[in-house]
Design a protein around this ligand. Structure first.
Ligand code: 6GU
Length: 246
């Protein structure tokens, strides 16, 4: 997969060179490139924003600069995948979920446009949308200063799902927001007593059936307490079938 990120703070994205994403890039599973939006300006001050039509506070990012940047970065070329998909992180986007991350793993080329200030002139998404899929997405119901932190989130969530990136694919199966739709159960390691706190007895029992039943109950209880919205969205018949299998 190829991923291009465009930002006025390319250094913000330098952590993508670390850990699992960095290794995926070094081993060739991922072709990751970060660009400075100001490389597409043509004035001495390298201006990327201007005042909003209609008035109001703050500044809006200029369509001409973003248009030039995205026309270049999204253009199919030698060795470049044909259809790039543009992602625009914004608090007014559709929710970024595990399901969306899974769908994005089917893309061969993602381009992430990180806006700042009050956002990017709306015509940029229209212009790119005439040639490419465009998804405006939000990573949660809170406001950030720009799309960079969201771009880090999206890249990590998508890249860890690519074949060969996570060492043990089984660790992708049981996690929170997996297919079961439940939060993950609590986990423990040695020592069995720490600071007077004991690991639940069932986990030391060696009884796989009881362990599986306990974990399932914990996942259900956690989900009910912390995310009743997730529990309400689950298919009751599917829940029952999964329970009877234990
Ligand atoms: Cl994706 N971008 C910005 N700027 N703020 C956000 C966000 C994204 N998601 C939540 N808040």
């Amino acid at each position: 997969m190829r991923i291009d990120v465009v930002s006025i703070f390319p250094a913000y994205l330098s952590s993508l060179g670390l850990s699992l994403v960095g290794r995926a890039a070094r081993t060739g599973l991922l072709d990751l490139r970060v660009h400075d939006l100001r490389d597409w300006t043509d004035d001495r001050h390298r201006t990327v924003d201007d005042t909003p039509f209609g008035g109001g506070a703050g500044m809006v990012m200029r369509p001409d600069v973003w248009g030039a940047a995205l026309d270049d970065v999204m253009r199919p070329g030698p060795g470049l995948p044909v259809d790039a998909h543009l992602l625009v992180p914004t608090p007014s986007g559709q929710p970024f979920t595990q399901r969306l991350a899974e769908r994005l793993t089917d893309e061969s080329h993602l381009v992430i446009a990180c806006g700042r200030y009050e956002g990017i002139d709306a015509r940029v998404a229209q212009h790119v949308g005439a040639q490419h899929p465009v998804t405006e997405l939000s990573i949660g119901d809170y406001v950030l200063n720009g799309g960079e932190a969201a771009a880090l989130v999206v890249v990590e969530a998508v890249v860890r799902l690519l074949p060969g990136v996570v060492g043990n694919p089984q660790s992708l199966v049981e996690e929170s927001h997996g297919a079961a739709g439940l939060l993950e159960y609590p986990v423990y390691t040695k020592p069995p007593v720490w600071e007077g706190l004991e690991v639940p007895e069932v986990l030391l029992s060696g009884h796989h059936g009881r362990v599986a039943r306990w974990r399932r109950d914990q996942a259900l209880e956690r989900t009910a307490r912390r995310r009743p919205d997730l529990l309400a969205a689950l298919d009751v018949a599917a829940l029952d079938r999964a329970d009877r299998a234990l």
